[in-house]
Design a binder for this molecule. Structure first.
Ligand code: FMN
Length: 190
């Protein structure tokens, strides 16, 4: 049975989610809460039930270690100039929790693509659930998506790839809402 109130609540959470790093830097995001969000990510649709998502939470000094490790990978890959490397070294400290979300590969080309789709859908679940709890969330793409040292530090396999680095913290300010263009929907009914 349709429940308009549930629809309205869900629509509000979807519209209220913002890509934001306006957070209270001094209040931690408990690991147990992040684990709950990861659990909700795993309710995303997943073709062939390959369960491709991988999660690694960096908090406290772990965030510094993530930055240093990413920089070591950038140096190994001869990627980025000194300025970019310095910025990367400190960027994961901007929110109390930084979540690396990875994706397992697949031998089948289509399933390899679909695994990433499932992880992306999972990230959106996570962002929405976080928004509903009062968290500010920020999905970013890392400089390198297959950084060997970061994959290892995250406890992922060497062939996994990173789909997003998600910054999480308790929202302490609202931010501008980028308007969406109007819906364009083709309807074919005959
Ligand atoms: C796959 C993906 C990667 C993204 N990577 C970045 C990023 O590296 N840096 C950034 O500033 N925003 C990143 N974003 C966030 C978008 O910039 C943001 O969603 C967009 O500006 C719309 O704002 P909103 O999410 O508040 O509606 C990413 C979003 C997605 C879906």
């Amino acid at each position: 049975m349709a429940d308009p109130a549930t629809f309205d609540q869900l629509a509000a959470v979807i519209r209220n989610r913002r890509t934001s790093m306006f957070v209270d830097e001094d209040t931690e995001v408990p690991a147990a809460l992040v684990e709950q969000l990861c659990g909700l990510a795993m309710w995303a649709p997943n073709h062939k039930r390959t369960w491709p998502w991988r999660f690694a939470l960096f908090q406290g000094d772990g965030r510094r270690r993530l930055g240093e490790t990413m920089v070591a990978d950038m140096i190994d890959a001869d990627f980025g100039d000194e300025g970019k490397r310095v910025k990367t070294a400190g960027k994961y400290l901007r929110t109390p929790a930084t979540l690396v979300v990875g994706c397992a590969p697949h031998d089948n080309e289509m399933l390899h693509i679909e695994n990433r789709d499932a992880v992306a859908a999972g990230i959106q679940n996570l962002l929405l659930a976080g928004t509903s709890m009062g968290l500010a969330t920020f999905w970013s793409t890392p400089a390198l998506t297959k950084p060997p040292r970061v994959l290892d530090l995250s406890g992922f396999d060497p062939d996994d790839r990173i789909v997003g680095i998600i910054y999480l913290g308790w929202a302490d300010r609202s931010c501008e809402t980028p308007e969406r263009p109007p819906v364009e929907l083709t309807i074919v009914d005959s």
